[in-house]
Write a protein that binds this ligand. Structure first.
Ligand SMILES: Cc1cc2nc3c(=O)[nH]c(=O)nc-3n(C[C@H](O)[C@H](O)[C@H](O)COP(=O)(O)OP(=O)(O)OC[C@H]3O[C@@H](n4cnc5c(N)ncnc54)[C@H](O)[C@@H]3O)c2cc1C
Length: 545
């Protein structure tokens, strides 16, 4: 939405295509906040924000891209505020900022603990204000590449049925992450990596796919997130003996160490028998009624509804869950891919500002800053080039109609849900917080077998109206391709860096592995390749918190 607004402002004809109503996108579930070095709480600067992000990325983030985000973030926040975003404030009226993991200063701007909800509604209002056409509940099934450049998208109308061609000289993917390939995830059901696989099929490599972030505080029953803001506001993590175990791995930052560090510490506590029913405890009881009610009301509600615990009185059982995918479509600092006319921004993209581990609050910022930049750059290109002449041929549309019809009438093997469940379990068990060669190799084989099974599906709902069976089948294909890229990259990377923690290669290996992986589509198989990390100011250091 941020990209569309920018392109429209530049005077370009633009439309948004979304498989959900835009305000139902996963961004709306973001709780904790969005990072910009405003310096409202203590001294802060874009330089410190840059350093924290580079260190958080375990030196895999591209430093030029990180500098851009940290420098432009404050302006983007003020603009959101002027658009109407209601952020929480300090008593003196300035925008409030809370501490977040691995941040050198309290720099996370927030709207209580419903920040994403606020932002997504403000952006949607701007879509309406700018009179931007929205193809609501249109599921993009393929990109069209005509003579080497992007000519638009093919989309299934989820509400009314039917495949449509939407021609465009430039397409910006903003389709979000792929957490649903894991069982135990904070991600919404729609986070199925569609955009990554669309780009992959169109010949764009996916970068750093092996890096999936596990969030340390998710509820066991359904993976629902309890925001890092809880620890930012002073919450403790305890084991079954009541000990604050973060003292072992992060004696300085304690609960506010980087997410990969906290998730690994929790996993160890649970594995070594100091957990509570497969979880550790997030203790907010000492924060008091008033602070919990005013700063963390949503988290209290989630704990009450899904864990049956009132955090004012009792600690919340939590465990690591798949949360954010650092990898994605390989694009430059303007969001442009190697296929002319194809761009990406947000979680679907890998610019890369998060490297091997994202800092909480940096992702919402990335969607805004790089969304704006992609919208601006694509619009400038349109104005400079005019019509590129790329078209969607009638025959291309007919082929896609046939493909979808064949799927709709498929009576073969299994229902998509069964394979989806198996995939999620395999990924959680075999490519999770800790990884080893032999288990990852098993995982690759299983994912390949699942991809094979996924080629013969049975769709039981034959109707074309709101056919969620069909949508699930399409999403399954995306997740299977993304999973293949992820595990193939993970087997190859014989080091531990950020979220990729290998039991058999416990150290970071800058000499051999300080490089981005690129997963290419080689006639349906994953082929790996690598490219260098951009370093501007910060040489890699030992990372401790
Ligand atoms: C529970 C939770 C809490 C979080 N909290 C924070 C936080 O506090 N701070 C922070 O910085 N980050 C947070 N994150 C991460 C952050 O929210 C996400 O990375 C970010 O919002 C992703 O935004 P996006 O625009 O890239 O994708 P999304 O918001 O997921 O939107 C994707 C859009 O693409 C559309 N789409 C997808 N596939 C298709 C298709 N095939 N055809 C058509 N349309 C399609 C969808 O309809 C949707 O509109 C959180 C994430 C989760 C899951």
């Amino acid at each position: 939405m941020r990209a569309a607004i920018e392109a429209k402002r530049a005077g370009v004809d633009v439309a948004v295509v979304s498989k959900l109503h835009p305000t139902r996108s996963h961004s709306g579930a973001a709780e904790g906040g969005i990072n910009a070095a405003l310096g409202n709480a203590t001294d802060d600067s874009p330089e410190i924000h840059t350093f924290d992000t580079v260190k958080g990325s375990d030196y895999l983030g591209d430093q030029d891209a990180i500098e851009i985000m940290c420098r432009e973030a404050p302006g983007d926040i003020y603009e959101l505020e002027h658009m109407g975003a209601i952020f929480s404030r300090f008593a003196d009226g300035r925008l409030a900022q809370r501490p977040f993991g691995a941040a050198g200063a309290p720099r996370t701007i927030y709207s209580a603990d419903i920040t994403g909800h606020v932002l997504i509604h403000v952006l949607y209002e701007q879509l309406v204000k700018h009179d931007i056409k929205v193809y609501e509940e249109f599921f993009c099934t393929n990109l069209v590449i005509d003579d080497g450049r992007c000519a638009g998208v093919l989309a299934w109308d989820v509400v009314r049925g039917g495949v449509h061609a939407i021609e465009a000289n430039h397409v910006i993917l903003a389709t979000g992450g792929v957490g649903r390939m894991y069982y135990g995830t904070t991600n919404a059901f729609a986070c199925t990596g569609d955009g990554m696989s669309l780009a992959w099929r169109a010949g764009v490599p996916l970068k750093d796919m092996e890096f999936m972030q596990f969030h340390p505080t998710t509820l066991k029953s359904n993976g629902v997130l309890i925001t890092e803001g809880c620890r930012g506001e002073g919450g403790y993590l305890r084991n079954s003996k009541g000990e604050r175990f973060m003292a072992i791995d992060a004696p300085n930052a304690m609960e506010l160490a980087s997410r990969d560090v906290v998730s690994r510490a929790e996993w160890k506590e649970i594995a070594e028998g100091r957990g509570v029913d497969g979880c550790v405890l997030l203790d907010l009881t000492h924060l008091g009624h008033k602070k919990i009610e005013t700063r963390l009301p949503g988290s209290r509600e989630l704990a009450l509804d899904y864990a049956g615990v009132d955090p004012i009185r009792d600690p919340i059982p939590v465990r690591p869950g798949a949360h954010y995918h650092m990898g994605g479509v390989d694009v430059d600092v303007w969001g442009e891919s190697i296929v002319p006319g194809l761009w990406a921004a947000g979680e679907v993209a890998c610019v890369s500002v998060h490297g091997a581990n994202r800092l909480g609050g940096n992702s919402l910022m990335e969607t805004i800053t790089f969304g704006r930049r992609a919208g601006q750059a694509a619009a400038e290109r349109v104005l400079a080039e005019g019509d590129t002449g790329a078209r969607i041929e009638r025959s291309v549309l007919e082929d896609e109609r046939n493909r979808i019809n064949t799927l709709l009438n498929a009576t073969g093997g299994e229902r998509p849900g069964a394979i989806r469940e198996q995939l999620a379990k395999t990924m959680y068990d075999k490519a999770g917080v800790f990884r080893t060669q032999s288990v990852l190799e098993e995982c690759v084989e299983e994912v390949h077998a699942l991809r094979e099974r996924g080629r013969s599906l049975r769709i039981e709902d034959r109707s074309s109206l709101f056919n969620s069976d069909l949508v699930q089948a399409l999403e399954l294909e995306s997740m299977l391709e993304c999973a293949d890229c992820l595990v193939t990259g993970a087997v190859a990377r014989q080091e531990s860096r950020g979220a990729h923690a290998r039991i058999d290669f416990t150290e970071r290996d800058d000499a051999n592995w300080m490089k981005h992986s690129l997963a290419w589509n080689d006639r349906g198989e994953v082929r790996l390749d690598y490219k260098p990390v951009t370093v501007t100011k910060y040489q890699p250091l030992v990372r401790s918190y």
